[in-house]
Design a binder for this molecule. Structure first.
Ligand code: SF4
Length: 222
């Protein structure tokens, strides 16, 4: 193991119990797993058999292999990537707002247990806030910030420009580009392709335990 990895793991082990407690004080269901594989197994166990399951775009969920496990499991996935047309894709995104379990990550969180998410179209933050019976959010401890304002800064100035590059990689040559896709840094844009239309802080979970947060002692996602 690289020395950085060892230090990262040690810090996570020390800090996680306090962050789990902070999340629980805000009525989230909260867990800490040391590895992404453990987190995927835990998340899978939180999904009832036969449940309809959907998800937002997430590097974290791909990295831990959770989406593949869900597709192969005894569930009813609502997968927008199976759509044949833009209209069908939009329809699946709308159906996802009423699914049983919605899978996602977060863009940042604070040590006092507040979650920060940023979204372009709003489907992911909508599901996070209301609709699906439960939300399972998996987050590497690399997304942990000392305070809520620092978490917002992380979401806007670090996660968003990186996610913009990811979106650009999947777009056609004619796609409108955002300033950060040209420069790598946020210009607080008003582009029609902006991926930062909605900045949501979830400071409490209502109803209690609807949102289940799984912290992971590995760097995951952006
Ligand atoms: S330039 Fe626009 S799309 Fe890029 S991070 Fe800033 S607000 Fe978001």
């Amino acid at each position: 193991m690289h020395r950085y990895d060892e230090s990262f793991s040690k810090r996570c082990d020390l800090l996680a119990p306090r962050v789990v407690g902070a999340l629980q004080s805000r009525h989230f269901e909260a867990y800490y797993c040391r590895t992404g594989a453990e987190a995927a197994a835990l998340a899978l166990g939180l999904i009832p058999e036969g449940a309809s399951v959907s998800w937002g775009g997430s590097v974290t969920l791909q990295e831990i292999g959770l989406l593949d496990l869900v597709r192969r499991g005894p569930f009813r996935p609502l997968d927008r990537d199976t759509a044949q047309t833009p209209g069908e894709r939009l329809d699946l995104m709308r159906q996802a707002l009423l699914c049983d379990v919605y899978l996602t990550s977060v863009n940042a969180l604070s040590e006092d247990g507040q979650l920060v998410n940023i979204d372009g179209v709003g489907n992911r933050v909508a599901a996070f806030t209301f609709g699906p019976q439960s939300v399972v959010a998996v987050a590497g401890m690399n997304k942990l910030c000392k305070t809520r304002p620092e978490a917002e800064i992380r979401a806007r100035t670090y996660a968003a420009p990186l996610n913009a590059q990811r979106v650009l990689a999947g777009a056609g040559p004619e796609a409108v580009k955002t300033p950060c896709q040209h420069t790598g840094t946020c210009a607080d844009c008003k582009s029609s392709a902006c991926i930062c239309s909605f900045l949501i802080t979830t400071r409490m979970c209502r109803p209690a335990q609807r949102i289940k947060v799984i912290l992971v002692g590995e760097p995951l996602g952006y």
